[in-house]
Design a binder for this molecule. Structure first.
Ligand SMILES: Cc1ncc(COP(=O)(O)O)c(C=O)c1O
Length: 375
């Protein structure tokens, strides 16, 4: 059994993926070209954005978003305490201060009460300029964008949606990647929409931001092309082969994988309801279930379940064992008004089970039985 079965997905989509890869090989256009263009326009249409700029990975996508926002020394960037480091790392890289906010007890996404407390604390101290919020749709579950957008508008903050885990999810009838001035995603193989290597994308409705981000992706190219460098940029692009693969996978996601993921998640939730803390998806939202994470009663019980799964050869993961504020790299960052009770509690109790759209009912039952045996 695989935690995320990419081979099963490849078997299901093999004919078209092989054909697309062969076409790239035949044409010899490996960078840019028609597949990249077609993918950008289909991704933008899928999430309902004006612009999509593909790039080398989800980390670059976030770094480019920070760069176009001009985030630097003296700025505060508000981020959830429970995320992968790519969301928060660029703050430190560009000399700004990541200000961690607690997560909610139900969705595990950014807690808006904590966000407001942290903004107020930064303002009261008077040393940093509140600049941006990075909202992360953790585990594939969308943040509360109505509330977060209102806070960003109230305090004049740029909103960046980190949708690395949530491509295909919905919030109030809109797709993830549609929120904030800029949204970013990742096509890392294990993501809900993954390629066969690294890949990422940036979304915006703003023409000017889109132009600057396209320029940053190609060493700050100007109107005269890639040797007319008008700003500091990076080299970040999605390969044509990856774009060709993603076109097939995007179709599969839309046509049946989103639904198949809901079926798998529902089976788990029905099996564990009342026995472990099962995931919560807010009303009028659809999670894409990048992970199916449960909370045990405490760390000891979590560790017993994990040990039993390992003994039974059932893959499992902990996303994530350590909240951002407790990572060694961030040990000197100020905590302002927060003690992060929810993020600490989540990290101490969480574990994730095999989750992908090709998981058979029989395989899933084996996972469920193994967890229930411990309980
Ligand atoms: C929340 C989040 N943001 C950003 C990234 C970075 O994506 P990539 O691995 O493509 O750089 C990840 C990847 O795991 C992620 O989970």
């Amino acid at each position: 059994m695989q935690f995320i079965d990419l081979k099963a997905q490849y078997c299901a989509l093999k004919t078209e993926i092989d054909h697309n890869i062969q076409t790239v090989l035949d044409t010899g256009v490996f960078i840019g070209g028609p597949y990249v263009k077609e993918l950008e326009s289909k991704l933008a249409a899928f999430v309902g954005r004006k612009h999509c700029i593909t790039c080398a990975n989800g980390t670059d996508a976030l770094q480019i978003a920070y760069m176009v926002a001009g985030i630097g020394a003296g700025d505060a960037v508000f981020c959830p305490d429970m995320t992968f480091i790519s969301s928060t790392e660029p703050a430190k890289m560009f000399g700004a201060t990541p200000v961690f906010c607690d997560i909610t007890q139900d969705t595990y996404c950014l807690c808006t009460e904590s966000l407001e407390r942290q903004i107020q604390a930064v303002l009261a101290e008077g040393k940093l300029t509140p600049k941006a919020v990075v909202a992360v749709d953790i585990l594939g579950n969308p943040c509360d964008y109505d509330a977060i957008t209102a806070i960003c508008e109230q305090y004049g903050l740029l909103l960046i949606e980190d949708a690395a885990q949530s491509f295909g999810a919905d919030y109030h009838g809109k797709k993830c990647c549609a929120f904030g001035q800029i949204a970013t995603t990742s096509f890392f193989p294990a993501k809900p929409l993954g390629c066969y290597g690294d890949g990422g994308a940036i979304f915006t409705d703003d023409d000017e931001l889109a132009d600057v981000m396209r320029s940053i992706c190609v060493h700050g190219k100007g109107p005269g092309g890639k040797y007319d460098n008008i700003r500091v940029g990076v080299n970040s692009r999605l390969d044509a082969i990856q774009a060709a693969i993603l076109l097939t996978k995007l179709k599969a996601l839309a046509e049946h994988e989103i639904t198949a993921r809901q079926v798998v998640a529902k089976r788990y939730s029905q099996a564990f309801e009342g026995k472990l803390k099962t995931p919560f998806v807010a009303e009028n939202c659809v999670s894409i279930w990048a992970q199916y994470a449960l909370l045990a009663a405490d760390t000891a019980q979590r560790d017993r379940i994990v040990a039993h799964l390992v003994a039974m050869n059932i893959p499992n993961m902990i996303y994530y064992p350590t909240p951002q504020h407790a990572l060694p790299v961030f040990q000197n960052e100020p905590h302002y008004a927060e003690t992060f009770p929810n993020a600490n509690d989540y990290c101490a109790r969480t574990f994730s089970l095999p989750m992908h759209p090709y998981l058979s009912e029989a395989e899933q039952q084996r996972v469920i039985n193994a967890v229930l045996e411990v309980l």
